[in-house]
Design a protein around this ligand. Structure first.
Ligand SMILES: NC(=O)C1=CN([C@@H]2O[C@H](COP(=O)(O)OP(=O)(O)OC[C@H]3O[C@@H](n4cnc5c(N)ncnc54)[C@H](OP(=O)(O)O)[C@@H]3O)[C@@H](O)[C@H]2O)[C@@H](O)CC1
Ligand SMILES: [K+]
Length: 477
């Protein structure tokens, strides 16, 4: 962002970029207000350009008849042009500095926010670090109890732009208007949750071709789906082997197979103690007796869902010279050296708890720093890592762009949903996708299927699997 901004600013008249940002911001605020004339708008203004955006947008709203008051956190270091513009447009200004530099916000500010229809958070944007400071923190607390719509400028103030971490107090917005491109903090939890819905305003930046973080869209997924051609037969479309389930957890095998059948592979081979349950539900499955090493040829393996303590199946699969997906119990049983020694690709699919165990840190640490956790795990194992959660991330070991999944839904936090995902991703691996593509396409389809299956009501993992064809069709139109 900084580089692209500098290059464009050098070519434009001074302040032009900020005017574009402010225009987009003001338009969104006007839309949210419905009627601008007579509305009550409060601007929370820090010392940087983020406050400048908010002041210019406030001036535009004031010219359209809104009652606008700017609350200044750094009265001596407020963006001078923005402040002058607001004053010229008839806006009011007051200090938001707590009496002793911290503690409660001034009483007048509390009343202003209490009466506001809309609050614009221009405290800090991409220039911030480490959560809100003590002088700004009380404002975030006031916003939590207010009935006003809260619109964050560029980012909710106090979240980490580059990582999605939240290191202290931060503003919770209903909507964030962001400029130029999405920042990681708008896509990755926990910060994503603070942003509300996100609207991107194009300010004309030329962005680098490769970003640190990528989110697939429908067209990207459609372009990666394995589609059968005239010359396809079941073997050319790929056979995926599923080594999963146990006497105790036969359902995990059934669910992994249900995902695999909807992933584009031409056939699904099952190996393990739950063959009868699998055949009863999915008669099209090829069931083999004996371990993975004695099963017929496959183009990719999935090992681990509901596998209990069958370490030998995991070792046999890891020794195979085809792409392997390791999930659930398989993650605990996999030998790190054996994973690292593999020459064919490996995709590991932990949730936060499993990732924490592999990294030797508490679960909360992984949840608070999802991006660095996924990257670190990928690096340590020399594998691609799909870290499951409200925002699923897929990281390659080489440190290239990380994929963040935009279709996740809280409805997917249901038993067995991960088994469906691993079968699906394994099937995509067998069909020839790279681990990064297989993992991110599977997460995307799985998230969509979860939304379709739930549609506002609870759904089980088998419902998610059954909604996968609808998700395929949805991305292909
Ligand atoms: N450049 C452009 O043309 C365009 C820029 N754009 C906009 O500019 C924004 C970036 O502006 P920026 O670089 O001025 O930084 P910004 O986010 O306002 O914050 C810096 C100030 O905040 C303070 N501060 C720091 N940490 C803090 C904390 N934890 N809690 C509280 N305060 C904290 C820090 O204070 P100091 O350390 O100086 O005391 C510093 O003064 C960007 O997000 C976008 O909105 C758009 O208009 C597009 C065109
Ligand atoms: K902000």
């Amino acid at each position: 962002m900084r580089t692209a901004e500098r290059e464009l600013m050098a070519r434009l008249p001074e302040g032009a970029l900020m005017q574009r940002a402010a225009a987009g911001l003001a338009a969104t605020c006007a839309e949210l207000l419905g009627r601008v004339y007579g509305s009550r708008v409060v601007l929370l203004i820090g010392s940087g350009d983020n406050g400048g955006d908010a002041l210019y947008a406030g001036a535009r709203l004031a010219r359209r008849g809104a009652g606008v008051t700017a609350v200044l956190l750094a009265p001596d270091r407020t963006h001078p042009g923005g402040l002058a513009a607001l004053r010229r447009a008839g806006g009011a200004v007051t200090s938001g500095v707590p009496a002793d530099g911290a503690g409660a916000a001034p009483r007048a500010v509390e009343e202003l926010i209490g009466r506001a229809d809309l609050v614009v958070d221009g405290i800090v944007g991409i220039g911030g670090k480490g959560g809100l400071r003590p002088d700004a923190a009380p404002l975030a607390a006031l916003l939590r109890d207010s009935r006003a719509v809260v619109v964050a400028v560029d980012l909710p103030s106090g979240v980490e732009a580059d990582t999605g971490e939240v290191l202290g107090e931060a503003v919770r917005a209903d909507l964030t208007v962001t400029f130029g491109t999405h920042k990681p903090g708008l896509l990755i939890d926990p910060a994503r949750e603070y942003a509300g819905s996100v609207r991107l305003v194009d300010i004309g930046l030329t962005l680098p071709a490769e970003a640190g973080l990528e989110a697939l869209q429908h067209a990207d997924v459609a372009a990666r789906l394995p589609l059968p051609g005239a010359a396809s037969d079941k073997y050319r479309r790929g056979v995926v082997g599923i080594a999963a389930g146990s006497a105790r957890y036969p359902g995990a095998a059934v669910l992994a197979v249900s995902g695999a059948l909807r992933g584009g592979a031409g056939a699904v081979r099952y190996v393990g103690p739950a063959g009868d349950a699998v055949i009863a539900r999915f008669p099209e499955t090829l069931v083999s007796d004996g371990g993975p090493a004695r099963a017929g040829r496959v183009q990719a393996w999935v090992v681990g869902p509901g596998a209990g303590d069958d370490a030998s199946a995991v070792a046999e699969v890891l020794a195979a010279d085809v792409p392997v997906l390791v999930d659930a119990d398989g993650l605990r049983l996999a030998d790190r050296a054996a994973v690292r020694a593999r020459t064919a690709p490996t995709l590991m699919t932990p949730h936060a708890g499993e990732a924490a165990a592999l990294l030797g840190v508490p679960r909360e640490t992984v949840e608070a720093s999802r991006l660095s956790s996924a990257r670190e795990l990928a690096r340590r194992y020399g594998a691609t890592v799909l870290l499951k959660g409200a925002t699923t991330l897929v990281a390659d070991a080489d440190g290239g762009p990380v994929r963040v999944n935009p279709t996740g839904t809280a409805w997917l936090a249901t038993a067995g949903s991960g088994d469906v995902l691993s079968g699906l991703a394994g099937s995509l691996l067998a069909a020839g996708l790279s681990p990064l593509d297989a993992g991110s396409v599977a997460a995307y389809l799985h998230g969509l299927a979860g939304r379709f299956a739930a549609d506002g009501a609870p759904a089980g993992a088998h419902d998610v699997a059954e909604a996968l064809p609808e998700a395929w069709r949805d991305v292909r139109v």
